[in-house]
Design a protein around this ligand. Structure first.
Ligand code: NAP
Ligand code: G4F
Length: 342
């Protein structure tokens, strides 16, 4: 008996989630195609290890494209004709979206439209996953679930909410198996360096080992529901294996402030910091030396102050729950950073 290998196409393969998802799919014996965009420096660091594994490398293919380039998206989908498409590609930084709102919309919103329109024309049987976000809830108070009203308050969140509705529209109008994941923050050792968790971990370790004097941050009182990317990509895959397409909140159900994240990390690193001052003058001290300062430039024009997801629907229908908690997440990030410290 021979089984046909499933084929997946991953947009955003070079990102944090793209790397974890590709590895998961390869373990499940998929053939994985990834879209990478042209850049002047290498952008494949997060997936280089796949090529080093002979078994994985033979099922892994990279192609150049870009979410701004509708024709290349169309031609690749036609050539590969995958069973499943995961759209993880995005201008994913909320603060940056205030600086480049037009680009954020073009990539996050119209890019999603380009993929779905190609699926509609080429093969509406291709299943589609859209990377939605808890940022879409914006100023709607926690706990947030699939029925919570959306109130996006950044260009990023608005671009993603529009992509969310485009995905639903193609599901309802053309019967495409299209799902929105509404994922709360998820981190890992592969998290980009300008997101707050990785900035804190790297900053504290650099300070401890004498490579950096201070860490500068913005609003340390906003609260997030932080999970681990390894857990969350499994939920993406599970959504596409259901009988019916649907939308799901994926989260841990626990909430911590940025300051909590700093304090937990500092304790784990054996750095007994103390806080003094308020507002922009609040500072963290280590042995009477200032190690963390607050900088106005890291504040956003509008801030999502409180996110905490209720993932009951995913637990019930996808049989999904997170394995990592905040402690095992931070341990993983710290251990990885220390192992790779140079
Ligand atoms: P990430 O690390 O920033 O990765 C984004 C990916 O998109 C990268 O591969 C990037 O390529 C690619 N990309 C950016 N612009 C592109 C373009 N114009 N054309 C093609 N590819 C482009 O993000 P992530 O944390 O893995 O998140 C994955 C997705 O989930 C994103 O859509 C994000 O918005 C969404 N999301 C993330 C979280 C989270 O907490 N991580 C939560 C909810 C939703 P380069 O490597 O070349 O930059
Ligand atoms: O790490 P962040 O930049 O993540 P944010 O804005 O919550 O967005 C991430 O999660 C979303 C899901 O909810 C994704 F859709 C999105 O793609 C991205 O992955 O900031 C977290 C919090 C914010 O409140 C921010 O204001 O940390 C605060 N913060 C304080 N100081 C900082 C800093 N954020 C960053 N990036 N840098 C700082 O220095």
């Amino acid at each position: 008996m021979s089984f046909k290998k499933k084929v997946a196409l991953v947009f955003g393969v070079t990102g944090q989630d793209g790397s974890y998802l590709s590895k998961l799919l390869l373990k499940k014996n998929y053939q994985v195609h990834g879209i990478k965009r042209r850049s002047s420096t290498r952008n494949t660091e997060r997936i280089d290890d796949i090529y080093e594994d002979i078994n994985e490398a033979k099922n892994f293919y990279l192609h150049y494209s870009d979410l701004s380039d509708g024709l290349s998206i169309y031609h690749l989908i036609k050539k590969i004709n995958p069973d499943e498409i995961y759209n993880l590609a995005a201008q994913s930084h909320v603060a940056v979206s205030f600086e480049i709102p037009e680009h954020t919309m073009i990539i996050n919103t119209l890019g999603t439209l380009k993929i779905l329109e190609s699926i509609k024309i080429i093969n509406p049987k291709i299943k589609f996953y859209q990377a939605g976000t808890s940022e879409m809830f914006g100023s709607s108070p926690p706990p947030q679930n699939e029925n919570t009203p959306f109130y996006p308050i950044s260009p990023y969140a608005i671009s993603k909410l529009s992509a969310y509705w485009i995905t639903i529209n193609y599901r309802e109008s053309y019967k495409i198996f299209a799902c929105n994941g509404i994922l709360f923050n998820h981190e890992s050792p592969l998290r980009g360096e300008t997101f707050v968790t990785q900035k804190i971990i790297k900053g504290l370790i650099n300070i401890k080992l004498g490579k950096q004097k201070k860490l500068y941050l913005g609003n340390i009182y906003s609260k997030r529901d932080w999970g681990h990317a390894e857990d969350f990509v499994e939920a993406m895959w599970k959504m596409l294996q259901q009988k019916k397409p649907d939308d799901y909140v994926i989260s841990t159900g626990k909430q911590y402030s940025v300051k909590d994240f700093i304090d937990i990390s500092a304790i784990k690193l054996n750095m007994p910091i103390t806080w003094r001052g308020v507002g922009l003058k609040e500072k963290a001290y280590l042995n009477d030396k200032v190690v963390i300062e607050i900088k106005l430039k890291y504040f956003r024009p509008s801030e999502v102050s409180s996110l905490k997801g209720n993932y009951n629907k995913a637990k019930k229908l996808l049989k999904w729950k997170p394995k990592y908690d905040i402690h095992s997440l931070i341990d993983d990030m710290i251990n990885n950073e220390i192992d790779n410290f140079d």
